[in-house]
Write a protein that binds this ligand. Sequence first.
Ligand code: GAP
Length: 475
Amino acid sequence: MILFSQLMEIELLNKKMSDKKEKKIENDLMEKIVSLCKRRGFIFPGSEIYGGLAGTYDWGHFGLALKNNIKNSWWKKFVDSRRDMYGLDAAILMRQEVWQKAGHVENFADPMVECGVCKNRWRLDVLDQIGAKNNDGTYRCPTMIASKIKDGKNENCPGKLSEPRQFNMMFQTKIGASEDSSSVSYLRPETAQGIFVNFKNTVDAFHPKLPFGIAQIGKAFRNEITPRDFIFRVREFEQMEIEYFVRAEDWEKYFEYWKDEMEEWMEEVGIDMNKVHDINIAKEDLAHYSKRTTDFEFEYPFGQKELCGLAYRTDFDLKNHGLEYVDEENKEKMTPHVIEPSFGLGRAVLAVLLSAYTKDEKDGEIRAYLKLRPNVAPVICAVSPLLKNKPELVEYANTKVFAPLKTEFGRVIWDDNGNIGKRYRRQDEIGTPFCIVVDFDTLEDNTVTVRDRDTGAQERVKVEELKNYLKNKIN
Ligand code: GAP
């Protein structure tokens, strides 16, 4: 039922957009990205062979490589290259008290309405977005009934929508064989709480001085009523979060500091910063734990929407968990305040893909390719023998070029299918910055052709210098 409603919703959206040419181009872009991701092994719909499971996606070889590169770049910048940051990988399942104390059992909810006939549930803001609001301010059920056709179109469900009620988005589960309320647990809806509950452990183990941070990358789960827009709003996703602990009087200084750091990282992974806008969230829209939040919104083809956020969580969480910090020098006891830079990994991947998608004309042909930065590209270089039926070329390419580069960089693939032009197009499409070809001259002078994805320029490089050549280009 949910899947059906999602499909109907997309159809409704598409119908609205079709009037506007500009919107159509943007919609096309989204379709192209979704199709490229499936065709080229980046991202697949979850449980697809059984009809799909809305709000879930599976990551294929290239998507996983892209995601891991983005993750690694985040960890390198925010953990490995700093002296004030500690890593963590906490359990997803935690005791229910964590979520009670954190306020999520009570507050982690979206207003939602339910249709009396089709029983589909809708978030109010989604009904606004897809134009399901009547002139008198009430809403109509946007589900279309596939079996009922009027004037060549599916008819809308006639059901009345309920009054809005709060729908808690945490996935509840039971731990162990017992069915009583003490066995209730939740799949974490944010990684942040794993950090807060390990605050004392981290302080006791590492004795950090304020300010310091704890960083974590991991899965989060939200029972979104209306998952949508590919990997933008899903039910299972990854977050990359930092809780940065500061003295209360310093929060504004560090809030500004982290804003700059977040922007710097987005640029480093190739997100088009002309399409990123920082928006201060109005007081009435703040999450229950936040006193100030700035969202970084990206111009996705389906609208300008949140990519990541920066929140001032005050001492809300540490206080609720009854946690304190003792300054080891002057024995002062206090509760630090928290600045929280929070990133959704999937949303970052989508913004990187959309920023990288480029069209140009090459050799009289329009080519579409991913202009991914080498630091995030799933493949750094592809190695090809000019002809795959010439054993001497294949042998040279395999042993003297491919094998050593594969050992050095890992992200190297062998590509000998079709003619060279086709191989270049195939690599361009997945964003491979360099293609290396071993030809007959290679056998004479130990040089290969290296072709640059963006310019199409080719140069001869000595085989013994290839590793350094690539290192210089990708750093
Ligand atoms: N700990 C703070 C927190 O969780 P949030 O704004 O609710 O704040 C942080 O989520 C980030 O997680 C968002 O900026 C977004 O990138 C990502 N995110 C949230 N819900 C998501 C969903 N349903 N699908 C994909 N990403 C999501």
